[in-house]
Design a binder for this molecule. Structure first.
Ligand SMILES: NC(=O)c1ccc[n+]([C@@H]2O[C@H](COP(=O)([O-])OP(=O)(O)OC[C@H]3O[C@@H](n4cnc5c(N)ncnc54)[C@H](O)[C@@H]3O)[C@@H](O)[C@H]2O)c1
Length: 254
């Protein structure tokens, strides 16, 4: 059991993880308070530092979870993450798990994946300002690991929802239970790492190596919902690229 500060706890993934990580002592925080969740804006350095004190780990989910204006993703995702990492060092929290995204590497295609799949830590190739902010978060994590020895595990999450719903999800789905397994594994991992956040999908084309290295063994497979999702058209760029149709959308528009 660990004491975990969770940011962004009111969001989709936070709500999925809350019951699944309840054997830990959870400090639930979000910019939107309520229902057992304390108010914490991750851009408020003093408040973040106060919230971190005495925690064993920080699970940093809070932020803008899709494309947005450059200044907004810079302020919330990048500066907010810097506040979290700096507070961890100042208060002696040894480990931060960062919610990165597939969009940090969204412009790689299936052709870039070898037989073992696209490596977890393939160099960033963002498909949007959002993806760029996630790449910047990963690199801030690396800086704090290299300079301060903080363990920082960056999860390049695919599509985390209750059930897969679209053709692309057959490859990219991360089930809620596997999300909890992934976070549990990340809570004991060491170093600076980038790991795909994806379930054991039959059609997965992202590597399993990074996950296995930290003891993440996914159980779920989106294929069970194949009929509801529909067959992906693999000639469409949205099914060729890591980031799906994000690159077809205008930069900075939510
Ligand atoms: N759900 C997915 O499929 C997916 C995929 C890739 C990455 N991610 C990442 O995982 C994290 C959680 O995703 P989600 O789907 O739960 O998103 P979400 O939008 O449902 O939740 C994000 C939460 O962050 C909070 N937040 C926003 N600004 C904040 C601030 N300044 N301080 C503190 N909290 C703030 C929001 O109020 C919200 O509750 C995000 O960082 C997202 O980018 C999610």
């Amino acid at each position: 059991m660990a004491t975990i500060l969770m940011t962004g706890a009111a969001g989709t993934i936070g709500q999925m993880l809350r019951p699944r990580l309840s054997h830990h002592e959870l400090r639930l925080t979000d910019v939107r308070a309520g229902d057992g969740i304390d108010a914490l804006d991750v851009t408020d350095a003093a408040a973040v530092e106060k919230a971190c004190t005495g925690a064993d780990a920080i699970l940093h989910l809070g932020g803008i979870a899709g494309e947005g204006p450059f200044e907004d993703v810079l302020a919330v995702n990048v500066r907010g993450t810097e506040r979290v990492l700096a507070a961890a060092v100042r208060t002696g929290v040894p480990r931060v798990v960062l919610a990165s995204s597939n969009h940090a590497a969204g412009l790689y295609s299936r052709a870039d994946a070898g037989p073992a799949g696209l490596p977890d830590d393939v160099p960033a190739r963002p498909d949007s300002y959002y993806g760029w902010s996630k790449a910047a978060m990963e690199q801030l994590g690396r800086l704090y690991h290299d300079r301060h020895g903080l363990h920082v595990i960056c999860l390049r999450i695919g599509t985390c929802r209750d059930r897969p719903a679209a053709p692309r999800d057959l490859s990219t789905w991360l089930s809620p239970d596997d999300a909890a397994r992934l976070v549990e594994a990340a809570l004991t991992a060491t170093g600076w790492r980038v790991v795909w956040g994806v379930s054991a999908n039959t059609r997965r084309w992202w590597s399993t190596t990074g996950g296995l290295a930290i003891g993440y063994y996914p159980h779920d497979d989106a294929e069970r919902w194949y009929r509801q999702c529909g067959e992906p058209d693999l000639t469409a760029p949205a099914n060729q690229l890591v980031g799906g149709d994000m690159p077809t959308k205008p930069l900075g528009t939510p």
